[in-house]
Design a protein around this ligand. Structure first.
Ligand code: K1U
Ligand code: ZN
Length: 195
């Protein structure tokens, strides 16, 4: 298993609509295992493949309450999850996102959902969820459609957070944005190798 880097707003790969999994094979199971390790390490209670820049409809969750690190984990893996039914009743949760670190906001969503999916063994399953599990499932399925929880809040708040993260990204990676140094440009123009 290995940790995968989580991409951060405003990375445009967060806006990609992920492709369906064709078969839950060894590669997909390895992806699920890597995603669980990455989620626990973050730490978080959910992760979508989109957040590690993998274009596959896969999500993982663990919303089990843990009093301490010794308590049992309850990992859940979903391939091609889809919302089959959503309640008219709504509920509000304060959501966070590993791709928008340290930003939390209340979001209103259906209180209960029924989700169809394929499990780690490739079996077709259905789950009915409420509470945090329902919220988390909707948040992660949104990721697979290129939707972020900030798309469910006011435009003013969304623009403010996007601006903040865009500024931070520019400050963090000024090197990549700068024009190439003259000697490198000259070397490249003459067909020279760039190291
Ligand atoms: O998809 C993600 O970015 C993960 C996200 C899931 C989520 C959280 C809250 C509501 C809906 C969906 C997170 O896990 S954010 C981190 C978080 O909530 C958390 C972290 C450590 C312990 C408990 C919660
Ligand atoms: Zn998220």
């Amino acid at each position: 298993m290995s940790l995968r880097p989580i991409i951060i707003l405003p990375d445009q790969r967060l806006r990609v609509v992920a492709k369906p999994v064709v078969a839950v094979d060894h590669g997909v199971r390895t992806l699920m295992d890597d995603m669980l390790e990455t989620m626990y390490d973050a730490p978080g209670i959910g992760l979508a493949a989109t957040q590690i820049a993998v274009d596959q409809r896969v999500i993982v969750l663990d919303v089990a309450k843990r009093k301490d690190e010794g308590s049992a984990r309850e990992p859940m893996c979903f391939a091609n999850p889809e919302i089959l039914w959503a309640s008219e009743e709504l509920s509000v949760y304060e959501e966070g996102c590993l791709s928008i670190p340290e930003y939390y906001e209340e979001v209103e969503r259906p209180a209960r959902v029924r989700v169809g999916y394929f499990d780690r063994e490739g079996r077709r399953c259905e789950i009915e969820a409420d509470g945090l599990l329902a919220t988390c499932l909707q948040h992660e399925i949104d990721h697979l459609d290129g939707v972020l929880f900030i798309d469910h809040i006011s435009r003013l708040k969304r623009e403010r957070v996007v601006k903040k993260f865009t500024k931070a990204a520019k400050l963090e990676a000024p090197e990549r944005k700068r024009a190439p140094k003259p000697e490198r440009a000259a070397s490249a123009a003459s067909g020279g190798e760039i190291r």
